[in-house]
Each structure stands twice: as structure tokens, then as C-alpha cells.
Design a protein around this ligand. Structure first.
Ligand code: ADP
Ligand code: MG
Length: 210
């Protein structure tokens, strides 16, 4: 049983994409639900597009009453994944962080985005007295290995107060195609296999110490 929250201070970093693909990657191990805590409801919309396609996780929209929703769903699911709004100060984000075992923070390869994670580290410190076992990790997202910036990111990230996952998620067009079709990369066959392998590797890292 685990509660994983995907948080961040900006839109467009890849939170929803990570939440949904993580859920699909964990699904073979038992029931998984994604709670869409973002009032924009992109995860929920994506799930509507997916319809009854096999291999998709359940998605529940819960921008309000989040704590009760998490507490209820953790009883019946092996993993509860919370897709948070793009603000670390949002009440949903703080509520989810108080209950979670794992927090993932996708960050795009930009120095400014990295610097912005300082605020996230502070929020994590604030909830830590209530939730001392919370483990947080930055996940490099939408990396383009051929660009200098992406190459410099691991070095820059090493300066931060938060650990950085050694699995980085590359920018791959299959992720955008999958959204259109209501799939995750796990339903995209060979076209999605490299992206799916990245997600599996991240899953192994998340649970490495459990
Ligand atoms: N690894 C990736 N490669 C390519 N496109 C991505 C990747 N991750 C996310 N995207 C795209 O970037 C946009 C923002 O992603 P999204 O998951 O909605 O971010 P957030 O939830 O943080 O706002 C979407 O169009 C999504 O398809
Ligand atoms: Mg989102």
C-alpha cells in the first residue's frame, strides 16, 4: 500500500503524464487509483477519452474533500496516486503531502525551474513534523539528452536540497499521442516501449527502500 503524490509549482512540467503512466505501470501489481486533485481535471478528462480500454487505471476527480477521498480509497487500493494542482501552496497539495509516503516532483530541464524547487523543499519541511516518513524525489522530466541544458541538469540538481531520481524521463512524442487517444505508454505497443521502460525504472527506484 502506498500513497504517491505528484506535485510541483508550475503547469506543464509533466505531473499528470507521470501520474497516469505511473498508475498504469503499477496496475499489474494490484488495484490502483489516480485522484485528480487539480481543478483543471486533465487526468479525469484523459480517462474519459480512454473509455473501457483495458489496462487503464481508475481516475477519480476530487479537488474538494481530498483527505477523505484519499483515506477512503487507500482501504481498497494497493496504490493511490494523487495528481496535484500546479501550486505547492494549494490546499490540495498540502493535504496530499500530509498523507503520502512518496512525493514526486517533475522538473523540466531549465535552471529557473530547478531554482523554483526551493519553495517545494520548504513546504516539505513544513509538513514533515506531521508526516516524518514522507520521501520526496525530483524527477527530471522532458529531458532532451542532446541539448547542453539537459546534460548540465544532473550537476545543477546536485546542488539542491532534494534527492533527484537517477531515472530521467525523456521528451518523447508518444506521450502527447497517448493523451489524444486516452492511452498511457503501456498501451502504445512498441512505440511506447522505451517510455514504458523509463516508468518501470522509476517505479523500481521509488520502492527501492521499501
Ligand atoms: N516526457 C514527455 N515527453 C513529451 N511530452 C510530454 C512529456 N511529459 C509531458 N508531456 C506533455 O507536456 C504537456 C504538459 O504535461 P502535463 O502532464 O499535462 O503537465 P502538468 O500536469 O504538470 O501540467 C502535455 O502536452 C504532455 O503531453
Ligand atoms: Mg496536470
Amino acid at each position: 500500500m502506498s500513497i504517491i503524490v505528484v506535485v510541483g509549482n508550475k503547469g506543464g512540467t509533466g505531473k499528470t503524464t507521470l501520474a497516469l503512466n505511473l498508475a498504469a505501470g503499477l496496475l499489474p501489481g494490484g488495484p490502483v487509483v489516480v485522484i485528480d486533485a487539480d481543478p483543471q481535471q486533465s487526468a479525469y478528462q484523459w480517462r474519459l477519452v480512454g473509455g473501457d480500454r483495458p489496462g487503464l487505471p481508475a481516475v477519480v476527480a476530487a479537488a474538494h474533500g481530498l483527505e477523505q477521498t484519499i483515506t477512503a480509497l487507500r482501504e481498497t487500493h494497493r496504490h493511490v496516486i494523487v495528481d496535484c494542482p500546479p501550486s505547492i501552496k494549494a490546499p490540495q497539495t498540502e493535504a496530499a503531502l500530509r498523507l503520502a509516503e512518496h512525493a514526486l516532483i517533475p522538473v523540466q530541464p531549465s535552471p529557473m525551474d530547478l531554482w523554483a524547487t526551493t519553495h517545494i523543499a520548504r513546504t516539505l519541511e513544513r509538513v514533515r513534523p506531521e508526516n516524518p516518513s514522507l520521501r520526496a524525489m525530483i524527477v527530471m522530466s522532458q529531458i532532451e539528452p542532446r541539448t547542453t541544458l539537459s546534460r548540465l541538469m544532473p550537476e545543477a540538481a546536485a546542488e539542491l536540497d532534494l534527492p533527484v531520481a537517477s531515472t530521467a524521463l525523456r521528451r518523447r512524442s508518444i506521450h502527447r499521442h497517448c493523451v489524444l487517444e486516452g492511452r498511457t505508454v503501456f498501451q502504445a505497443g512498441r512505440r511506447g516501449s522505451e517510455a514504458a521502460a523509463e516508468i518501470q525504472s522509476l517505479i523500481a527506484e521509488i520502492f527501492a527502500d521499501d
